[in-house]
Design a protein around this ligand. Structure first.
Ligand SMILES: [Fe+2]
Length: 364
């Protein structure tokens, strides 16, 4: 099998001539481009992402977010003090991948980020801190370390910090996908959040957060999860139990020493939002995953632990909060030097729904 287009005989490459140059000038004049000059870019033999594998250190991100807290007000217009993690391969856009946006968002003591809603789906993942409530469709949702908070498309949301300390977290959205597909809508809401209550559990959690127990008032399937918060206590316990069951000889882990959960929509059992998949992975000390590559793009955040990321053949020591991006068809593997916990999100629901998904594992 030929490995690329260049290794195939160029049966359609014409001889240069004044007539050919006139033909190409005609194409240019009428905004036409021939396929035969760009086939390798348009239809590669395998994905050749413009996005590059990249890692951001939390120790670099957080001080800059804090500095922006001192210099940049949060409020109507800018809407959020969020700083996008811009993949260098996708400049000038602040895209982390061709489909996914990732940002560090920072809210100072007693600050409010005003309410709005947009077609884009969003989530927040908290790697450290507490004290902020995100108010989703009028329902205050506590944000604490290890929690995954959802803001599905077209739901009003704002944030307020109830404490005297600042808080930073990771935002994930499908902004690049929606921008490239021209599907975005946006609407301003209240300049303040509509409910400043600070309950431990939101009303939607009180209705939905019981595993396997579905309210009869909620039997209709919804495209996004009605559960706005996936609490660390349960995530941690689910992962711990997988490893304990493995110790007892019960099949429970995704791979030996590798516990993993996918956050799911309780009305469908599918992904939490139509465009974004969210998962959490825990590796036992000493476990190394096989090299793997997937169609579609992923972003990971190291939540806790010691380990090494092998990204496209380059080794990176991971520390708490570090964020890395795995573009389409780029190989990655993880090596846990102590227990290693990672949050993961991807565009897999889009790739699967459109039947573009392919995966290769055990490449080494
Ligand atoms: Fe938003």
């Amino acid at each position: 099998m030929p490995e690329d287009h260049d290794s195939v005989a160029h049966g359609m490459q014409p001889e240069d001539s004044p007539e050919l140059r006139a033909l190409y000038a005609g194409f240019e004049k009428y905004s036409m481009k021939p396929l035969w000059t760009q086939l390798g870019d348009l239809m590669p033999m395998h994905p050749k992402p413009q996005a590059v594998p990249y890692l951001w250190r939390w120790s670099d991100l957080l001080p800059l977010a804090e500095a922006s807290g001192d210099l940049v007000p949060v409020g109507r217009g800018g809407e959020r003090r969020a700083i996008g993690l811009a993949n260098p391969g996708l400049a000038p856009h602040a895209y982390c991948t061709p489909t996914l946006w990732a940002a560090i968002q920072y809210l100072g003591p007693r600050e409010t980020a005003p309410e709005h809603r947009h077609a884009q789906n969003a989530f927040r993942f908290v790697v450290e801190g507490e004290g902020v409530w995100t108010v989703v469709n009028g329902d205050p949702v506590r944000m604490s370390r290890g929690d995954l908070l959802l803001t599905p498309g077209w739901q009003f949301h704002g944030h307020h910090n109830d404490r005297d300390a600042p808080m930073a977290w990771l935002d994930g959205l499908d902004i690049p996908f929606s921008q490239q597909m021209d599907v975005g809508f946006f609407e301003f809401g209240s300049d303040r959040v509509t409910d400043y209550a600070t309950p431990d559990y939101s009303r939607a959690e009180r209705l939905w957060a019981y595993p396997g127990l579905r309210p009869l008032s909620g039997l209709a399937e919804t495209v996004a999860s009605p559960l706005p918060a996936y609490r660390w206590e349960l995530t941690d316990r689910a992962l711990a139990e997988q490893l304990l069951l493995e110790d007892e000889g019960v099949p429970a882990t995704w791979a030996p020493g590798h516990a993993a959960i996918r956050f799911s929509n309780p009305t469908t059992g599918g992904d939490v939002m139509p465009t974004i998949r969210c998962e959490f992975h825990r590796l036992r000390e000493g476990v190394a995953t096989p090299e793997r590559r997937d169609v579609g793009s992923s972003v990971w955040q190291c939540f806790e632990g010691d380990g090494v990321l092998v990204l496209n053949g380059t080794r990176h020591k991971l520390a708490r909060g570090d964020v890395f991006v795995v573009p389409s068809w780029i190989t990655w593997a993880l090596e846990a030097e102590g227990q290693l916990d990672l949050f993961h999100f991807s565009d897999a629901p889009v790739m699967e729904r459109l039947h573009f998904m392919r995966t290769e594992t055990g490449l080494t």
